[in-house]
Design a protein around this ligand. Sequence first.
Ligand code: NAP
Length: 289
Amino acid sequence: MEQMFSGHTRLAALFAKPARHSISPAMHNLSFSENNIDAVYLAFDVEPENLATSIESIRTLDMLGVNLSMPHKMAAVPLVDALSPAAALIGAINTIVNDNGHLTGHNTDGIGFMKALEAIDVSIIGETITVIGAGGAATAIISQAALDGVKEIQVFNRKDAFYPVIEVKLQEIAQQTGCNITLQDLADDSALADALNKSQLLVNATGVGMKPNESESPLKDTSLLRASMAVYDVIYNPRETQLLRDAKAAGAKTANGLSMLLYQGAAAFELWTGKEMPVKKVQALIETL
Ligand code: NAP
């Protein structure tokens, strides 16, 4: 469908660095067009020192709102007027909604993750899951899963200088949600084996296995994988990581990070427009990109 622009056309955007490789413009422009919404979505390379003025321009230009990606997700938090409960818990935002100059920060990454599981018929409410990694993507996933009622989340990370900081953050999420969250050393093989043994789902929330290191996997012992579990990898480049290949070989249900990307975008689109993203059409489009 051809999109026409007018004097009334509203702007939505991605602020990131780098931003030009993003598939969000394709997702949102197709969705505006399919919903007959007079709006356009552009990607802007925004340097950290220009983030505050860029966010101010959301008001100045009466934009619908923006998405934020690396390196702005945490830095943008003090620059908005209000935060959604999930964004406050996570401490990072990937979406800003402009309501007549009042800017609200949301984090739709975790929502996207939970929707992505729904799409493959995996229910983790009341269950135990294991998450490898404790960075930005992991924190969004852990927070949303805890808010939605996952019983226990066993998090594994390398024991580096960041480890004590993560420990405090995870305790805060556990206290605020009532979810039982533990952090353990990724090098502790027996703790990882115990955790996976009682988990319905394993999530890779690290970049291990991403192009060009496609033969790497965050899980060395593939005998810990089994058919009665699901495995979700936040990576979508490549579409099938070594971890997902190993999980498939063990008979487990799998999905890659493309669905999280799709559904975080769908949630942002709905916040800006009140309309549903045509996810099937958008999925078909992004699978070709
Ligand atoms: P981040 O904040 O930098 O966190 C990276 C995490 O991976 C940290 O926990 C880090 O541990 C761990 N890690 C890095 N290298 C490792 C290694 N060699 N072995 C074990 N652990 C390692 O990054 P992020 O923003 O969370 O992104 C992580 C991945 O998620 C990226 O591949 C990104 O593309 C993907 N992602 C996908 C979506 C989606 O929609 N599908 C959304 C956001 C992000 P340390 O603390 O020890 O460094």
